[in-house]
Write a protein that binds this ligand. Structure first.
Ligand code: ADP
Ligand code: ZN
Length: 674
C-alpha cells in the first residue's frame, strides 16, 4: 500500500486533473513536468505530472486512497517539460477552456517524450558555428532598434510597424544576435513557415548558428531531435509556426512574432488558440522580451499601443531606396474584358502582362481560389453540383476531370450531363487559378506560367522546386492563391496582378475589410523589390470601397483604421469587447438546432438574473452549416469583461449534452469560423 498521491493531466476532452496513487518504488522518480503511464477507464494511457508528489493525508475529501488507481510506470524522468512551458499550458487551459492534458498533448510532441518512435534513439543535432552575417543597419533601422530596446527596458511588448521590404527581418536578426550574445535563446514565430524556406536560410546565415525549423510537416524523428536539443539548451534559435510558442527553449531572451496580424496564428479545430496572444503570455512566464512585427498591424495590437500597454517603433520606408510599387485600379465595370477566358481579365491587364514579359521581367497573378471554376451550373434546370457531405458547391477541376469539395476532399468525375435533369448544358461559373494557368498563355505570347496553390504544392520539396523554378527564370509568371502572398522576395517581379479584389472583402465578418487590406498590402509588396520599380494592377468592381481607396492612397491608412476603430467601438466589437463562439455540432440537424436554441434560451435567462452586461447572439447556422456530414450551429457571446464572458461559458458548459452533440468553445474567434 502506497501513501503518496499525484495530480495527473490526461490527454482526453475531460476536465481534470486526476489523482493517482504512487507506488513507493516510483515516488523518487516522478517530478513535475514528467510523463507517466496510467490506467484510465479500461485502457492504459500516458499522463502529465502537474504537481509534486504529496502525502495521502492531502487527499481531497470524498476520495479514498484504497480506491485510487496507481500509476504504472514513469516514462519521462529527464528532459521533462520545462516549468515555463507548463505554466503557459496551464494559462492556455484556463483561458481557452481546454483540459490541461489536451493542451499539453498539443504543446509537447509525442515523439519527444518517448511516446512515438521509441525504438530509434535520438540523433544529436550538429550545431553550426559560423560568423554571423549581419548587414550594416540603415539609420532608420538603427533608430527603430534604439526605440525597441528602450521599450524593452520598461518590460513592454513592442510593435514594429514597417512597410513591406523595409528591413524588418534584418532588425530581428540584430536583436536576436544581441540576445544570443547575452547567452539567451530566441524564438521566432512566422505564419506558414513551411511556405517560406527562404526565411529559415536567411536566419541561419544571418545568425551563424543552427536554427530549428518547426512546422506541422516535420517528421516525428526530427521533431524529437529538435525538442531535445532545445530542451538541453544546445539549439538556441527556433523559427516556427504557431505551435512553436510552446518550444522548450532554455533561458529565452526574445520572442519575435513576424506578421503578427496574420490569421494563421489562430489554430482552429482541436485546441483553439491564438499563438500571437500566447506569445505575450509566454514572454511573461519566461521573463523575456517580445516584438510583434507587421506591415499591416492588427487593430487589436494598435489599440494596445494607443493605450500605452505596448511600445512602438516604425520603419516607414523601403530599404535600398526602392519605392513602394505604383498601384493602379482596373475597374471591371468599365473596362473591356477579353473573351474566351474563364476569369474576368481586362484588355488593359493583358497588355500590362504582355509588356512586362516582353521586357524579360516577371509577373505574379493572385486569385483567391484554386481549381478551374467555383462551381458547375446546369443551364437547363438551374441545379448546382453540391458536395454530399458538406453544404458547399463542388469546385471544378478541369485538369484531372473532377468536381471536388475543398472542405472534405470528396471527388467525383466531371460528367457532361447534369446529375439532376441529365441536361447537357453545364456551365462553369467563377474562376480559379487553374483557369488562368491554362488559358491565359493562349492570349499572351511567351507567357510561361507556373501555379502555386495547394493542388500543385503537396510537399515542402515540391514548394521549393516551384519557387526555385520561378526564381531562376524557367517560368516568367507565377499564378497563385494566398500561398504566394507570404514574404517571398523575387527581385525580377515588377508586375503584380490581383484578379478580383472583391473576393477578399465580401465576407460576412467584421474583420473582413481589415483583413482584405492586409492581404492586398502583402500581395502588392511582392512587386518591385529589386532595382526596377514595380507596378500593381488591382481588378475590382468596387473602386470606391475603403480598402481600395487606401491601396491607391486616396484614403490614408490612418483614416481607414480610425474609421474601422470607430465602427467597432460603436458596435462593441473587439478590441472594445470580447467575443466567444459557442459551436454546437452533431450529425442530426434537428437535434443540433434544438439544443442550440435551448442553450441560448437558458443562458439568456441566467444573464437576466445576474444583471451582467453581456449578450448572447444567435443561435444561427454556421457560415458553412454542414462539413463532413456534421451540422454546426453557432451562438456568439459578447461581453466587455473577460471574467463575465468566462462565467457565461461556464454556464453553457454545465448543460448536459444530448448523446451525439458536442459543444466547442472558441475564445476570441477569428473569421467566420471553420
Ligand atoms: P521586410 O522583412 O521588412 O520585408 P527585409 O528585412 O526582408 O524586409 O528587407 C528587404 C530587403 O532589403 C532584403 O533583401 C534585405 O536583405 C535588404 N536589407 C535589409 N536591411 C538592409 C541593410 N541594412 N542594408 C542592406 N540591405 C538590407
Ligand atoms: Zn465536402
Amino acid at each position: 500500500m502506497s501513501d503518496h498521491i499525484l495530480s495527473i493531466a490526461i490527454p482526453r476532452p475531460l476536465e481534470g486533473p486526476f489523482t493517482y496513487a504512487v507506488p513507493d518504488d516510483l515516488v523518487d522518480r516522478v517530478h513535475v513536468g514528467g510523463v507517466v503511464k496510467v490506467p484510465f477507464g479500461r485502457v492504459v494511457t500516458h499522463g502529465y505530472v502537474i504537481g509534486e508528489v504529496e502525502s495521502a493525508s492531502k487527499l481531497k475529501e470524498g476520495l479514498s486512497l484504497s480506491k485510487l488507481k496507481k500509476i504504472i510506470s514513469v516514462e519521462l524522468e529527464e528532459n521533462r517539460i520545462p516549468k515555463d512551458v507548463l505554466e503557459l499550458s496551464q494559462w492556455a487551459s484556463r483561458y481557452y477552456f481546454e483540459p490541461l492534458g489536451e493542451v499539453l498533448n498539443c504543446a509537447v510532441p509525442a515523439s519527444a517524450i518517448g511516446l512515438k518512435n521509441k525504438k530509434k534513439t535520438s540523433r544529436e543535432i550538429e550545431i553550426l558555428n559560423n560568423p554571423p552575417q549581419l548587414k550594416d543597419l540603415s539609420s532608420e533601422q538603427s533608430k527603430s532598434i534604439e526605440d525597441i530596446n528602450q521599450e524593452f527596458l520598461l518590460n513592454k511588448p513592442v510593435l514594429l510597424h514597417g512597410v513591406t521590404g523595409s528591413g524588418k527581418t534584418e532588425v530581428y536578426l540584430h536583436l536576436a544576435t544581441k540576445a544570443m550574445a547575452e547567452g539567451k535563446s530566441v524564438l521566432i514565430l512566422a505564419p506558414e513557415i513551411a511556405l517560406t524556406p527562404q526565411l529559415h536560410q536567411r536566419l541561419e546565415d544571418g545568425l551563424g548558428t543552427t536554427v530549428a525549423l518547426w512546422h506541422s510537416a516535420l517528421t516525428d524523428a526530427k521533431r524529437r531531435d529538435y525538442w531535445l536539443a532545445m530542451r538541453k539548451g544546445k539549439i538556441k534559435v527556433l523559427v516556427g509556426a504557431r505551435s512553436a510558442v510552446f518550444a522548450p527553449l532554455q533561458n529565452l531572451g526574445l520572442i519575435v512574432v513576424d506578421e503578427e496580424h496574420d490569421s494563421s496564428y489562430k489554430q482552429e479545430g482541436r485546441m483553439r488558440y491564438h499563438a500571437r496572444d500566447l506569445s505575450l503570455v509566454r514572454a511573461k512566464v519566461s521573463n523575456c522580451n517580445v516584438l510583434l512585427g507587421s506591415a499591416t498591424p492588427s487593430l487589436e495590437t494598435l489599440e494596445k499601443v494607443k493605450q500605452g500597454r505596448f511600445g512602438f517603433a516604425s520603419l516607414p520606408n523601403r530599404i535600398s531606396g526602392s519605392n513602394l510599387p505604383k498601384i493602379e485600379i482596373v475597374d471591371l465595370l468599365e473596362e473591356q474584358c477579353r473573351d474566351g477566358l474563364q476569369a474576368q481579365i481586362t484588355e488593359k491587364t493583358i497588355t500590362a502582362i504582355r509588356d512586362t514579359i516582353e521586357k524579360g521581367q516577371q509577373v505574379m497573378i493572385f486569385l483567391n481560389r484554386r481549381g478551374y471554376a467555383a462551381f458547375l451550373l446546369c443551364e437547363e434546370c438551374g441545379a448546382v453540383q453540391e458536395c454530399p457531405n458538406c453544404s458547399v458547391s463542388l469546385t471544378v477541376h478541369k485538369k484531372n476531370h473532377t468536381l471536388r469539395c475543398h472542405y472534405c476532399d470528396y471527388k467525383q468525375t466531371l460528367s457532361q450531363y447534369c446529375t439532376q435533369c441529365s441536361g447537357g448544358r453545364l456551365k462553369s461559373v467563377g474562376a480559379g487559378t487553374e483557369s488562368i494557368e491554362t488559358e491565359l498563355p493562349r492570349h499572351i505570347k511567351n507567357m510561361i506560367p507556373i501555379r502555386l496553390d495547394r493542388d500543385q504544392v503537396t510537399s515542402a520539396s515540391r514548394l521549393s522546386e516551384v519557387l526555385e523554378d520561378f526564381r531562376c527564370g524557367k517560368f516568367n509568371t507565377l499564378v497563385g492563391t494566398q500561398m504566394l502572398v507570404k514574404g517571398h522576395d523575387f527581385s525580377k517581379v515588377t508586375l503584380v496582378v490581383v484578379i478580383l479584389a472583391d473576393s477578399l472583402f465580401r465576407w460576412p465578418e467584421y474583420r473582413s475589410s481589415e483583413k482584405a487590406l492586409q492581404v492586398l498590402t502583402q500581395v502588392a509588396g511582392r512587386a518591385g523589390r529589386g532595382k526596377i520599380p514595380g507596378k500593381v494592377l488591382i481588378q475590382t468592381y468596387a473602386k470606391d470601397h475603403p480598402v481600395i481607396q487606401v491601396m491607391t492612397g486616396e484614403m490614408s491608412e490612418e483614416d481607414f483604421l480610425n474609421q474601422e476603430r470607430s465602427l467597432r467601438e460603436a458596435l462593441n466589437y473587439p478590441p472594445f469587447a470580447r467575443f466567444a463562439r459557442l459551436r454546437i455540432e452533431g450529425r442530426k440537424q434537428d437535434q443540433v438546432k434544438s439544443f442550440a436554441s435551448k442553450c441560448v434560451l437558458s443562458l439568456n435567462k441566467r444573464i437576466k438574473e445576474s444583471s451582467h452586461s453581456v449578450e448572447v447572439l444567435g443561435p444561427s447556422e454556421a457560415f458553412i452549416e454542414k462539413v463532413k456530414s456534421i451540422y454546426r450551429w453557432d451562438a456568439l457571446i459578447k461581453a466587455k469583461d473577460i471574467k463575465v464572458l468566462q462565467e457565461v461559458i461556464f454556464s453553457a458548459k454545465s448543460f448536459p449534452l444530448p448523446q451525439g452533440v458536442s459543444l466547442i468553445v472558441d475564445i476570441d474567434p477569428v473569421g467566420v469560423g471553420y
